[in-house]
Design a protein around this ligand. Structure first.
Ligand code: MG
Length: 390
């Protein structure tokens, strides 16, 4: 049987000197004895996975609202895709895979229903009450809103996972939520946290592109002129021709998206590795002292990725079909918020108590941010439709 101590010894032998070893964690806000079998970050990963907020990601919109189709990405599948990219990159760079995975699995826990529309709506509604931001809300979710343990509120995650979720955003919202001095802003983020960030972006760029193609919002030929896509498509088509393989557009789409992700992941690993060498990074102290991000795509790929993101913004995120659902979502989150703030007796027991502790506007915001799309829709019906059961 492999005990935690042996796992830690394996880490010491295997991890690169710039990686964060589990045994060196700064620990947890509420001290707990270490687990006999699992390392600290492995335990955090599992705490995140068992949380209520994590399960709710299944019914939270990524880009395409849930009821539009069963095969589009949700926040949950987005999170899982991002986590596997993070693991691949972390493993290849001999970083702490458990830490990178735990951060990635937790990174979207603060996302309200209806994707960015929901986040925008809450930010507007909370103006003058500290504001709203999904990163700060993710930290608040793991620190306070989850209630699973008798001894403390929250999941009591390690300092390093919480720091990764915080994303070094020293914003007015983070300050309003009490995170002004929670972390050391003078220190650069751990490489595992940087990997989690880029894995997130690589995942959403490409699965949003894939979903947009699948839904018919975009056609493959609309992508002509995008440098990364053109290059990947030429390679994929040449390979399919050589193999005499399936030329159906559906297959081409998936081969293309897979090639794009694969090439960016490889570029990220190679470029980061070269950067670590070039900048003489030899230790965790060097990582903490770095003046610029160390985990990075090569300049050419980074340019191509920005070009793709601009294209997605214009052609997908602002497409009228997406925009309609966005607009509707903003309207009914606002209606729910106003109704509940005006009369908090409408809140379920758990949140009525929470409002007394956290404050009216903040407590209602926590309630709304935790909702899934369909829960918010049901709640709206219950509060506003005359013949809905309570
Ligand atoms: Mg994300």
């Amino acid at each position: 049987m492999l005990l935690r101590r042996e796992l830690e010894a394996r880490e010491a032998a295997w991890l690169a000197p710039w990686a964060m070893p589990s045994a060196a964690s700064r620990g947890r806000v509420h001290p707990e004895p270490e687990h006999a079998l699992r390392g600290a970050y492995q335990r955090d990963r599992e705490r995140v996975m068992h949380s209520r907020a994590f399960r709710r990601l299944e019914y939270k919109t990524q880009v395409f609202v849930n009821h539009e189709g069963d095969y589009y990405r949700t926040r949950l599948t987005h999170t899982l895709e991002a986590a596997q990219i993070a693991r691949t990159v972390a493993r290849a760079l001999r970083l702490n895979e458990d830490l990178a995975e735990a951060i990635t699995l937790a990174h979207d826990l603060g996302h309200p229903p209806f994707g960015h529309a929901g986040a925008r709506a809450l930010a507007r509604l909370l103006e003058g009450h500290g504001g709203f931001e999904h990163n700060a809300q993710a930290l608040r979710t793991v620190d306070l809103l989850e209630r699973r343990y008798a001894r403390f509120r929250g999941l009591n995650l390690t300092w390093e996972v919480r720091e990764g979720v915080w994303k070094r955003r020293d914003t007015p919202v983070a300050r309003a939520l009490g995170y002004a001095d929670a972390f050391d802003r003078a220190q650069a983020p751990l490489l595992e946290a940087q990997v989690a960030d880029l894995a997130d972006a690589i995942a959403y760029d490409h699965h949003d592109l894939d979903d947009a193609l699948k839904s018919g919002l975009l056609r493959l030929d609309d992508l002509r002129g995008l440098a990364l896509v053109d290059a990947a498509r030429a390679r994929v088509e040449a390979r399919i021709a050589e193999l005499g393989g399936d030329r159906a557009e559906r297959v081409l789409r998936q081969e293309l998206v897979r090639a794009l992700v694969g090439e960016q992941v490889r570029d990220l690993i190679e470029h980061t590795h070269a950067r670590l060498e070039e900048l003489g990074v030899r230790s965790l102290d060097d990582v903490r002292a770095a003046a610029a991000p160390l985990v990075a795509l090569s300049p050419a790929v980074r340019q191509g990725k920005l070009e793709l993101e601009r294209f997605l913004l214009e052609r997908v995120y602002r497409h009228w079909r997406v925009w309609r659902s966005v607009h509707k979502a903003e309207r009914f989150l606002a209606a729910l918020y106003r109704e509940l703030v005006a009369d908090p007796r409408l809140l379920p027991d758990e949140y009525r108590e929470w409002v007394a502790e956290a404050g009216l506007e903040r407590g209602v915001c926590d309630y709304l941010a935790g909702m899934t799309d369909r829960y918010a829709q049901r709640e709206y019906q219950k509060l506003f439709e005359p013949f809905e059961p309570m």
